[in-house]
Write a protein that binds this ligand. Structure first.
Ligand code: FES
Length: 636
């Protein structure tokens, strides 16, 4: 816990005796051990985002979803709003529970947020799989003992260095050239030149060839992931994952595009949030791997098209308007200084190319890591998220589409939904009763996407709901005939409608029942139908049936956690044997890592874009029919 006095602003008037003017407040997030000082009046949701502390919430801080629950342990004063009075019991309010988006910093505060202690737990739950890549990075280091200048050798410093290096037409930034005379002389003309492609990105005294690092960044709407890659060993040296702090402006890309379009400073705010978070990731990676930021010579960036636009500070509004035109889709190369990242000033940043407005460079990286450009059999790759990307490889073609699945898979818009962090029910096994798996082994706070799919698949299998997703009723109540009494006791029908009780309030962290409602089932149906309809369109376009699919690859964190049997049971995936369904982890991040380690793989990624055929679902007359057909919980 920190201690400290409340500051008054430098230009504030002399305080009246006995009256304390609070202009900033120090906020300490106890579980994450993070401190931040912010102007008084900043809301706590924004404060948490600035501190890099994940807080749930899917209404963009409007105070309507009730999910940004935090607990003020000490400090400040609070004004409880009507919505908080409605959501919390008097006991909870007395214990300090509030909605982060409704409360403001009024002084020093100590806060507890339900969730993971740091991103290490999320990281541990994901399998990063990079293997088989030959180590041949674009960044190469050359140690040189140069001849000393002499009256008979008046070669300028840069030419002296360049003439000792391989390759033609080498370039160097001003910042490198400016430091060269000093470094050469201090090091007695024994230096290491660092090349990224045909650019000299650094010159270092002595021989530093044993250390070289690159950064792979995967910019997602919900999560930002960074991987520090040892370019000598071809291994990931450290990983850091954080929430995308832009979430305070809305959970999905459309809300963010709107924020950028309709607020004077919106685009700048969004970019700043992202860059701050990325700089935080860089700091953590350096600490974890004991690496200096000057040793990170190159960065590969992948992400969905909107996130990449916002990262670069490019106006994204055309991505939300038909015909969804991005500002660019080719690969871009820039310097770290152009973005203000804590990396060497001449360090190279390469943004991988994207395919279309809603098929970003993360999909290109996913295709690369999944090897869809090389597979011989019919393969389907699915990255399930707010925007589901589906790719089908067959007959020397690769078809890709993007399907707006909404955020149900991320736990948003679900009554007791939450992201897959500590306290989330992530698995539900049906027997005579239900057995719940909770992330972190703590009392449950809600349910995440994989838990929801399990629960609905189980309810379907037990006959609690029918294939249309409706609770099976008999007479005036729910039909529990044939169910074990323990399962039957979980059926609820009251004024709020029908539901299935997963965890009673006396066993949950919030003291409230965790229930699957009819509306939750509807949300899941809409999300799964969007993905399934995308798969059907690609199969039709390729002229093959679902039966010819040899392998299904599930990308993304969600794909790593979802139970194959449950995904098959609700018709989210085509009916293949579970042994032909393979999780490939965060394939987008893996693809970015491959591009750092191997020039061959980077060239594959660059050429993949011209091979991929984008199928625009929004312009397909048959998409809506396929979507409606896919709503029932039947085989895809
Ligand atoms: S109620 Fe605070 S983010 Fe929704």
């Amino acid at each position: 816990m920190f201690t400290g006095s409340v500051k008054t602003g430098r230009f504030s008037r002399e305080p009246v005796k006995g009256v304390k003017i609070v202009t900033t407040g120090k906020v300490y997030f106890e579980l994450q051990d993070k401190k931040i000082e912010v102007p008084a009046g900043t809301d706590l949701l924004q404060t948490a985002a600035m501190a890099g502390v994940p807080v749930e919430g899917d209404c963009g801080g409007k105070g309507t979803c009730g999910k940004c629950r935090i607990r003020i342990l000490t400090g400040g004063s609070r004004k409880i709003t009507p919505v908080e009075e409605r959501l919390f019991s008097p006991g909870e309010l007395a214990a300090g529970w509030v909605l982060a988006c409704r409360q403001k910093v009024t002084g020093n505060l100590v806060i507890e947020t339900p969730g993971v202690k740091d991103d290490a737990k999320s990281k541990a739950r994901q399998k990063w799989q990079v293997s088989g890549a030959a180590i041949d990075p674009s960044v190469q280091k050359y140690f040189r003992c140069l001849n000393l200048p002499a009256p008979e050798d008046r070669t300028p410093d840069l030419e002296r260095l360049v003439s000792s290096l391989p390759g033609q037409g080498l370039e160097a930034d001003l910042v490198v050239v400016a430091g060269l005379p000093r470094i050469l002389r201090q090091a007695g003309f024994k230096v290491t030149a660092v090349l990224a492609g045909n650019r000299i990105v650094a010159v270092e005294p002595g021989n530093t060839c044993g250390r070289s690092y690159g950064l792979a960044l995967d910019l997602g709407t919900t999560t930002l992931a960074g991987y520090l890659v040892d370019l000598i060993k071809g291994k990931v040296a450290a990983t850091s994952v954080s929430c995308n702090p832009q979430a305070i402006f809305g959970a999905d890309v459309i809300s963010r595009i709107r924020h950028a379009a309709y607020n004077k400073d919106g685009l700048r705010q969004l970019q700043e949030k992202m860059l701050d978070a990325v700089n935080g990731i860089i700091r953590r990676l350096q600490d974890r791997a004991a690496v200096q930021n000057e040793e990170i010579y190159e960065t590969i960036v992948v992400g969905n098209t909107t996130m990449v636009h916002l990262f670069l500070g490019i106006e994204p509004s055309n991505l939300a308007l038909t015909p969804f035109i991005p500002a660019f889709n080719r690969s871009l190369e820039l310097r770290s200084t152009e973005l203000g990242l804590n990396l060497p000033p001449a360090g190279r940043i390469q943004v991988l190319p994207s395919v279309a407005g809603f098929v970003g460079s993360d999909t290109v990286a996913m295709l690369l890591a999944a090897g869809l450009d090389r597979c011989k059999n019919v393969s389907l790759a699915v990255d399930i998220g707010t925007n589901g990307e589906v790719a089908l490889a067959a007959r020397d073609r690769i078809l890709v589409c993007s399907s707006a699945a909404g955020s149900a898979f991320e736990g948003y818009h679900i009554e007791h939904g939450m992201r897959a962090v500590e306290g989330a029910i992530d698995s539900v096994v049906f027997g005579h009763d239900v057995q719940l798996g909770v992330i972190g082994g703590v009392a449950p706070r809600g349910i995440c996407g994989s838990g929801l799919i399990d629960a609905v698949a189980g309810m379907l299998g037990a006959g609690i709901i029918d294939s249309a997703g409706r609770f099976v009723e008999s007479g005036s109540g729910l039909d529990g005939a044939g169910l074990h009494p323990r399962l039957r006791s979980r059926l609820i029908k009251d004024g709020a409608g029908a539901g299935f009780l997963l965890a009673p309030g006396n066993l949950t962290a919030t003291g409230k029942d965790i229930v699957i409602t009819q509306k939750d089932i509807k949300e899941l149906q809409l999300a799964k139908a969007a993905i399934a309809a995308g798969v059907r369109v690609l199969l039709q376009e390729m002229g093959i049936s679902a039966g010819s699919i040899h392998e299904v690859l599930l990308a993304g964190a969600f794909g790593s956690h979802v139970r194959k049997e449950s995904a098959l049971a609700i018709g989210l995936l085509p009916p293949v044997s579970p042994c032909r369904i393979r999780s490939i982890g965060n394939a987008a991040g893996d693809g970015a890592i491959l591009c750092l380690i191997s020039r061959t793989d980077r060239n594959r990624a660059l050429s993949l874009c011209s091979r991929v055929e984008h199928i625009d679902l929004s312009s397909r007359a048959d998409f809506y029919d396929k979507f409606v057909d896919a709503l029932p919980f039947t085989d895809l």
